[in-house]
Design a protein around this ligand. Sequence first.
Ligand code: GLC
Length: 731
Amino acid sequence: MAAAALLAIAPCVAPAQSKAPQLNSKNVDKVLKAMTLEEKARLLVGGTEVIVNGKLEKVPYAYNDAVGQSHGIERLGIAETYWTDGPAGVRIRPTRQGDSRTFYATGFPVATLLASSWDTDLVERVGRAMGEEVKDYGCDIFLSPALCIHRNPLCGRNFEYYSEDPLIAGAMATAMTKGVQSNGVGVSIKHFAANNCETFRTENTSNVSQRALREIYLRGFERVVKDANPWTIMSSYNKINGVYTQEDYNLLTGILRNEWGFKGMVETDWTGTRNTVAQVHAGNDLMMPGNYEQQKQIVDAVNSGKLSIKDVDRNVRRILELVAKTPSGKGYKAPQVTDLKAHAQVSRKAAEEGMILLKNNGNALPLASGLKVALYGRTSYYLYANGWGSGDVNKVHTISLFQGLSEGGYKVSPELSSIYNSSDSYFKVTPENARLRAEDCDVAIVTFGRNAGEGGDRHVTKGDWYLTDYESQSLKNIVDAFHAKGKKVIVVLNTGGVIETASWSAQPDAILLAWQPGQEGGYAIADILSGKANPSGKLTSTFPVKYEDVPSQNFPSNYNNEPFKADWKNYGYVDYDEGIYVGYRHYLTKGVKVAYPFGYGLSYTTFAFSGVKAQPKGNVINVTVTVKNTGSKAGKEVAEVYVAAPKGKLDKPLRELKGFAKTRLLNPGESQTLVIPVRMDDLASFDEANMQWLTDAGEYTAEVGSDANTILGTAKFNIKKAIVKKAPTKL
Ligand code: GLC
């Protein structure tokens, strides 16, 4: 568009009047009344383009180093606000032109690891630290947490998300939101909604049933909206059932505001110009990153009657309410420095709590101190702290496992560290090399690393889902040599998502799933391997035996990077044929064997569950269980509360997670009684024929377990009368 045409709306020349009202939380309507249409349009669109000396200029992202900002309007005291990523920590550039200081942020563990702690108090503590950094670096809105469901293990951004289960996703995102917002900055829960693949993400339509939408893909967002009052929500790139979420009135107003009572503001994911009028009407308040073309479209549409000023005013009011409560809106001057030392400790502790011990034959772990270690695998020396894209963090360092072990008193084989620190860090371990190391080392540790990120999905290929041939061969050579000497082999998985394990997991003595553990990851892994920390993490997504067992076979990346074919099934659209049967809901109900089940994780000690009771009380059922440490080491356990519902007119999964709690650190012999509330509303299934939540009358069974397959205590409770709650809005 010619700059001249654009300039037509640029200078917001307002009618001469006495000093205009200056925005604060109490005079929003007054300011709204004083705004011109051009000023309103300016506020509805992100501020990445400004007019400088009559010329249209792009604002570099260096603007306070955020990834986006909302426009300020000086005349009315409306401040610019600054928006920064992302789920593993604040994403700003570490250096600024002409400034000798550095601006590193803390690299926290990825969301999947945080969720694997099953500890909402811990996640809230991480959120508090993250929110402190958002505010210290002069930002206002944190583009996090991300809680899309792990519908398929190959989604490239699963590391940024929590789980295959909506209760976990909602509970963790709620804790994160409370933590971040306790600093007086806002979150942006994302990506709303059903954004479960990266392939062709801006054009893809997720074809989902109303029931699967309500029970699986919207449920977590609903929980956060109702429990934590997020300041903003980010509407996703994709469509649902053929309609862009960013233009979907039924989603952004019908469900989000009218049914759930959301009071905050909605901004788009970082799209270019789409149907701006439809976005405004739908209740998508702010177009990010924003451009002048969109502003002009709004002004023209109101003037031509295509867009109601009522819609514009409704959205502008929500943005004014948001701006008024931000640090920038309150004129806060950020220190531009933060407590990286304290936050590094929060990151390390969180990493320890979310790592999962998958196997520990013959108590191979924990390792005795001072051992000589044959440390194999590239990511033993170059740890993946997090995935790539907007979920990455510019952190001051990433501690490798090599460093963590070395500083933890272990002697790492110099022959190996020199090989891996050389260029040949993908070298194949020959039988000869393995034999030599089995001679001069006490134990072998092999790390397999996998990375993925925004804009692409993973593939069912060697080096991604499967081990590569050299990884498999190396593992075999190492295991043969060390076992021949009666020595142990430990595998560490440094991955952002689920990989194939069944074909090789019988070989090593122990397997630790470290996920992508953030900048202190090497210390955290060493703390667990040495027994300084007792692993207490549990899976929040299933490890299937083989990819073909995954219920969501409709997934775009199954084409293994073949060149695009016009007749590709699931390209540009994905049919969620599996409905609500995602993850353990599928495997359990269909009786499919898995490698490691949802909720699974070992400890260096053992626990017993007893005294399970279920007592209805108002709109919850309190499930009580006593957990006892029956082993020889202090440790923490998670009590997972599943519910098996009575048969009704709707088919239902065998059991579904409806509550959970983690014990404090229990010493050997110590017990703790947990009271875990199960919400009555969470027992409902969605009856899409009648667009209503339906809780059948009948006998329910609360099943308390240490994973989805291992139920250790049950208690029955009755619901005398069926409960129906209308939810009329269809997508
Ligand atoms: C990206 C991502 C979103 C991120 C935004 C800003 O495309 O989808 O998660 O917050 O743009 O970087």
